[in-house]
Design a protein around this ligand. Structure first.
Ligand SMILES: Nc1ncnc2c1ncn2[C@@H]1O[C@H](COP(=O)(O)OP(=O)(O)OP(=O)(O)O)[C@@H](O)[C@H]1O
Ligand SMILES: [Mg+2]
Length: 290
């Protein structure tokens, strides 16, 4: 861009051949343009998240004491942004804003059609973003009340969900992807899936190494927007996929894993055995990493 501006300037000021002056002027224009471009990009991103109605929602939540200010962004996903919120008593909360602009109902439909808890919602993009905030809140509440290890949900309004901040000083806890996992982590996650299924009556449906924290030695499952009731006709398929994702990750890290069919029977059955006691008959000794 700079050279184009220099050329243009030189053409316009050809009579005095003052190249040094030309170059300085070009640099000045370039700097100014860069600031304008940066501001425009920042404004575009800002407006994409904080449209008028979302700003009103945040204002209302703040008036209710859900948080007193936002202290920075934690994550910028395609469909949501997570902010570090601080309450009046200085406790941290995670403020998850579902983006209205990228609410793709087609992709999300499978996680809601068939779930008896969510029959009525608006199918425009705001309606879908709001449905997702409500759905993730409801899922977290059911999971938390069943004593599963998840961020404690605080409240929601419109397309904004407020929950316990897992991490410290605005820095989110590490995920499985960022740590050396252990055999105990594997069994702890399965135990959590059993609590989810049998007590909270939920299947996570988007389980992966990216949606599990390990914080202060404890496994915490999160990102519950997709989770469905066990009454959903595809609940078992979603559970199967969650377990395949889990096994794939732990295998990649060198661990032997249990057979998914066997885990499903145990997770969804009435057995009170702890996962560590299960034997799936496959000869896997679970002593990984191999
Ligand atoms: N309760 C929380 N406490 C702290 N950080 C959180 C919390 N919830 C989410 N985060 C952070 O925000 C990121 C995105 O959250 P989440 O996975 O719930 O949203 P998502 O819509 O799936 O976004 P992505 O597409 O980036 O996965 C997480 O990876 C984590 O870093
Ligand atoms: Mg996620």
């Amino acid at each position: 861009m700079l050279s184009v501006i220099v050329m243009k300037y030189l053409r316009e000021h050809d009579e005095d051949h003052d190249y040094v002056k030309a170059h300085k002027e070009a640099e000045r224009i370039d700097k100014r343009d860069r600031v304008i471009l940066k501001n425009a990009e920042e404004r575009r991103v800002f407006e994409e998240v904080f449209d008028r109605q979302t700003l009103m929602t945040l204002h209302n939540l703040s008036n209710r004491g859900a948080f007193s200010y936002l202290n920075g962004v934690v994550s910028t996903g395609k469909e949501s942004r997570v902010y570090w919120g601080v309450k009046e008593d200085k406790t941290n909360v995670a403020v998850k804003i579902y983006l209205v602009a990228s609410s793709d109902f087609k992709r999300r439909a499978q996680y809601v059609l068939g779930d008896p808890r969510f029959q009525r919602f608006r199918r425009d993009s705001r309606g879908v973003a709001e449905l997702w905030a409500r759905k993730e809140f409801t899922n977290l509440k059911q999971a938390h009340e069943a004593r599963a290890s998840v961020p404690k949900p605080e409240t929601y309004l419109g397309n904004v969900l407020i929950m316990e901040f897992i991490g410290k000083d605005g820095v989110a806890a590490k995920k499985l992807t960022d740590i050396d996992v252990s055999k105990q982590d594997y069994f702890e996650i399965i135990k959590q899936l059993k609590i989810l299924y049998s007590k909270a009556q939920l299947v996570h449906a988007d389980l992966s190494e990216y949606n599990v924290f390990k914080f202060e030695g404890k496994i915490v499952l999160f990102d519950f927007g997709s989770a469905v009731s066990i009454l959903h006709p595809l609940a078992k398929e979603f559970l199967q996929r969650d377990l395949e994702n889990l096994n794939r990750f732990f295998k990649k890290r060198g661990f032997k894993t249990l057979n998914t069919e066997n885990i499903i029977t145990k997770v969804s059955g009435k057995s009170h055995e702890e996962p560590e006691e299960w034997d799936d008959g496959s000869g896997a000794d679970n002593q990984g990493p191999a």
